[in-house]
Structure formats: structure tokens, C-alpha cells
Design a protein around this ligand. Structure first.
Ligand SMILES: [Mg+2]
Length: 293
């Protein structure tokens, strides 16, 4: 071998070694627990809105722009593709981690994560009502469409031998329609065994732990922060932001987030999880939260 050839080979190996050190195997990190003081957001005294002109518009109308963003904006589609592209990159990175002994699993939420329920929200506007009205009827149709990129990602993960779990807060009486809807859309492993619906509690932590007893959880995918960890559950608006900031490195890594401006814990937190407020009180609270200049 010539001296120049030897030097070239050494340089190539050196380059490969330095590149691989730039991309170390993906080692998921458990969320750090926040032990700071818990903040309780204080709402100003909530008054009924007495302005007839304002109250003549049903509160459901306030969701119009959120629904249009989901149904008609190409930006929403792009965000979905971005989420599933990131999921693919991180899954493939995790697959290269030779320290993983347990079989791998991906845990996904269903609503606004795998399928689009915006027609239900649109029906609520049409009828000037809100969830849970029309929810069962919508689910039983089994006509929700897949989010852009969702089926393709799930098929890819399954082809890699990853087990898929659909952990949803849909209730058991919607199981048959849910399985039918997901299967017709082509979602792999959309079976009774792998679709884990709401039991006695809405929190998903126990269901995630039961899976983690037998699997290495490569990724969690959801539209609600409680889809990732119970550390987000029932937190005030202020603390949701704090915990999210403290876990900033997990997003786009082990936690893959889909956008949902129509509903979610983010809205319930606005009311300190007191959903018994009247529509006009909710409207007043929403306005309290707005930041202007
Ligand atoms: Mg969801």
C-alpha cells in the first residue's frame, strides 16, 4: 500500500469516527421531576356577561378559526408531516441503540394524533352546542380521516418490528367503531389487544406503565401533554409552561407533539379544571387570559 493511500484510509476512518461521535445512540431520558412550588393561577371574580349582543353569539363560534386551521390550512398539514418525519428520525436513531434489551414499542394517542375529529367540532358549531354532544354519533360513524403522515409512520414502525399501542381516552362503548375506523384507514395493529381505551381513570400513566413493564418505549406521540407524562396532569396554566420548559429537550425527541387548537387540557387549565362554568363565564375567563399591550 502506498503511503498516500494509507493516509487517506486513516483520514476516512477518522472522519467516520468524528461523525459518529456527533450522533451518539439515542438514549431516552426519563422526565426530571419538578419539585418547585406549585403555582395556582388565580382567576378574577368571574361574572356573567350581560352584554346581549356578545352573548347572542354561542361560545361554540369561538372555535371556528381553530377548526379552519385544522381543516383548511396547509400549515396544519405541514406540522403533521413535520411531527411524523421527526418521529421517523428519532425512531431510527433509537433502533441503532444496542443497549436496548426489551422489545420496542411506540405509544400513540388516537384523537387529533392519528385521526382528525374536526367534523365533530364543526357539527357542534352548526348546532350551537359542545362536546360531549354528537361525540358518540361521530365516533360510531367510523369516518374520521387519518392525519397526514400518520398511517405511513405507523406502517414504517411496524415494519421495523416495533409494537404499536393506541392509548386513548375514548370509552369502551366506542371500541368497535374505533377499531373499525382505524383498520379501514390501514393503521397496523389496530386490534382489541393494542387499542387501550379509558378505564376508570382518564390519566394514562398506569396504562403507559403497564406497557413499559414489558417494552422499551421508543416514542410517545400525542396532541395533549398528558399523553406523555402525568407530570403535566391537572397543572395550572403557569405550571404547564414551567414543566414544558423544564422538559424542552424531550420534544421532538422522545415526545412527538401534534397541534390541536380546538380542545385539550390547555383549555381546561384556563378554568382551573372547573368545567361547570356557564358558557358566558367561560367567555369572560377566556378574555381575562388575553395578553394585550
Ligand atoms: Mg388526543
Amino acid at each position: 500500500m502506498k503511503r498516500n493511500d494509507f493516509i487517506s484510509i486513516v483520514l476516512i476512518f477518522g472522519l467516520i469516527a468524528s461523525l459518529s461521535s456527533c450522533f451518539p445512540p439515542f438514549k431516552p431520558k426519563e422526565p426530571e421531576i419538578i419539585t418547585d412550588t406549585i403555582t395556582t393561577d388565580t382567576l378574577l371574580p368571574v361574572k356573567e356577561i350581560t352584554d346581549d349582543t356578545l352573548f347572542s353569539i354561542p361560545i361554540s363560534e369561538q372555535t371556528v378559526m381553530a377548526i379552519l386551521f385544522q381543516q383548511k390550512s396547509a400549515e396544519y398539514r405541514a406540522l403533521c408531516y413535520q411531527a411524523f418525519n421527526m418521529a421517523r428520525i428519532m425512531l431510527e436513531r433509537d433502533l441503532r441503540d444496542e443497549n436496548v434489551i426489551l422489545p420496542r414499542a411506540v405509544i400513540v394517542d388516537i384523537d387529533e394524533t392519528m385521526v382528525d375529529n374536526s367534523p365533530h367540532s364543526a357539527k357542534c358549531i352548526e348546532k350551537a352546542t359542545s362536546y360531549p354532544e354528537y361525540w358518540d354519533r361521530w365516533c360510531n360513524l367510523g369516518k374520521a380521516k387519518a392525519l397526514p403522515g400518520a398511517v405511513e409512520f405507523m406502517k414504517l414502525a411496524r415494519n421495523y418490528g416495533v409494537t404499536l399501542f393506541y392509548v386513548s381516552n375514548r370509552k369502551e362503548h366506542l371500541r368497535e367503531a374505533t377499531v373499525r375506523n382505524l383498520q379501514e384507514l390501514g393503521f397496523p395493529q389496530a386490534t382489541d389487544k393494542n387499542i387501550i381505551l379509558r378505564t376508570a381513570e382518564s390519566g394514562k400513566e398506569n396504562r403507559r406503565r403497564a406497557i413499559a413493564a414489558n417494552y422499551h418505549i421508543s416514542l410517545l406521540i400525542g396532541d395533549n401533554l398528558a399523553d406523555f407524562s402525568d407530570i403535566f396532569e391537572k397543572k395550572s396554566v403557569t405550571d404547564r409552561a414551567k414543566v414544558t420548559d423544564s422538559l424542552r429537550n424531550e420534544f421532538g425527541r422522545r415526545y412527538i407533539v401534534l397541534p390541536n387548537a380546538m380542545y385539550g387540557d390547555w383549555e381546561e387549565a384556563l378554568y382551573n379544571y372547573n368545567m361547570s362554568y356557564s358558557d358566558s363565564q367561560k367567555m369572560a375567563i377566556r378574555k381575562q387570559w388575553l395578553e394585550s399591550f
